[in-house]
Design a protein around this ligand. Structure first.
Ligand code: SAM
Length: 353
């Protein structure tokens, strides 16, 4: 918790690693350990009371424990069955949903929670290339994914932006997950997470603080700096997705950030549609966590000729996008997050959005 920040009590989200155990086996283990299993998630959503837990209503591999539950010494954590991963951070791999025999690239992969989730959903089938520029973080990825029992991952210490897409191996790539560096502005309760791998992700995020002290000139200068930083992050994020679209046989690309800023989210998506529609389109809501209530913002960030020009079009785009609002009580009791999924448009497909 940063000084002056109000603590938000978020549940402790636990991903059951299906490569090692089923949720039922894990639930039974906790019940045998005197925990009370609640039959359903509370409505409206709330963290479970002490010594109780429930199964998440959107992600069937996820269990939800009371805030500050320390599971680091639990035998199931030590053996790689329990993975401490924020709920929103599980959305991108769940949305990409590669089939078991897919050839996947995780372009900005370290420290690897999403890579290990991809391996889990593919039952260790197919192949995953986990690429990251930062060797230290990539070594953490290797350690975490080995502990999680993943056997279909090859770690690659290079820039995703420099991969040669004409290499025969890369022509087999069908799915790409992109979770590039972002402002990290959705992340809350930073120190609460310092004990797990998620902290590594936060460390990388370029936290943009809003200056509330100092004079008007100081605040204006800080705002200007923040604007410039968001602009350059947005350009990098667009470059990443644009690069992904050049892999000759890639069919599906998920793009995500742990940012609350539209500059890194809706703006990025709109610019990509402007450049690449109708070759690429957004996956419709039906394929992008359809039961999740919090969708993208219907912002007027310019038209996409032939696709977006009215408020109704903007609402349709927003409905394809997923957002999570950080914290509570008006938030989603998790970190702030954003996901969009792009699909290559087939020859016979003229469905627009
Ligand atoms: N997806 C990761 C996870 O769930 O554990 C978190 C990724 S973190 C938000 C962004 C990562 O992108 C950092 O590890 C950073 O080193 C990496 N990165 C930044 N620029 C890159 C580039 N050009 N190519 C590959 N990786 C890059």
């Amino acid at each position: 918790l940063v000084e002056g920040e109000e603590e938000i009590l978020m549940p402790r989200y636990v991903r059951v690693n299906l490569l090692k155990m089923t949720p039922k086996q894990v639930i039974d283990t906790f019940i045998a350990d005197n925990w009370t299993f609640l039959p359903a998630a509370p409505s409206p959503p709330a963290p479970p009371a002490p010594n109780t837990f429930y199964r998440d209503e959107h992600l069937d591999f996820m269990l939800v424990f009371p805030p500050k539950s320390d599971l680091h010494l639990h035998p199931l954590y030590v053996s790689g069955v329990l993975i401490l991963q924020d709920k929103a951070s599980c959305f991108p791999a769940a949305i990409l949903a590669p089939p078991k025999d897919a050839y996947v690239i995780d372009g900005c992969a370290a420290p690897g929670n999403k890579t290990s989730q991809l391996a889990m959903s593919m039952g260790n089938g197919g192949k995953i290339i986990a690429c990251d520029l930062d060797l230290r973080r990539l070594n953490i990825l290797k350690r975490l994914t080995t502990k999680a029992g993943c056997t279909n991952i090859t770690a690659l210490n290079t820039s995703f932006l420099t991969l040669d897409t004409s290499e025969p191996d890369y022509t087999k790539v069908t799915h790409i997950l992109l979770d590039p560096s972002c402002s990290g502005s959705g992340i809350i309760n930073r120190l609460d997470h310092l004990v797990d791998a998620y902290a590594e992700e936060q460390e990388q995020a370029i936290i943009l603080e809003t200056t509330t002290t100092g004079g008007a000139a100081e605040r204006a200068a800080a705002e200007e700096k923040k604007k410039e930083r968001l602009k350059s992050l947005g350009e990098f994020q667009i470059e990443c997705v644009a690069k992904a679209m050049t892999f000759p046989n890639v069919r599906k690309i998920s793009y995500s950030t742990c940012s609350i800023y539209a500059e890194e989210n809706e703006h990025v998506v709109t610019e990509l549609l402007r450049r690449y529609w109708p070759k690429w389109k957004l996956s419709p809501r039906a394929k992008v966590l359809p039961t999740w209530h919090r969708r993208g913002y219907a912002l007027d960030v310019g038209d996409v000729p032939g696709l977006v020009s009215t408020d109704e079009d903007r609402a349709k785009v927003a409905d394809c996008l997923v957002r999570a609002v950080p914290g509570g009580p008006d938030g989603d009791l998790m970190n702030g997050f954003f996901v969009a999924c792009f699909e290559r448009v087939g020859e016979k497909d003229n469905s627009g959005l």
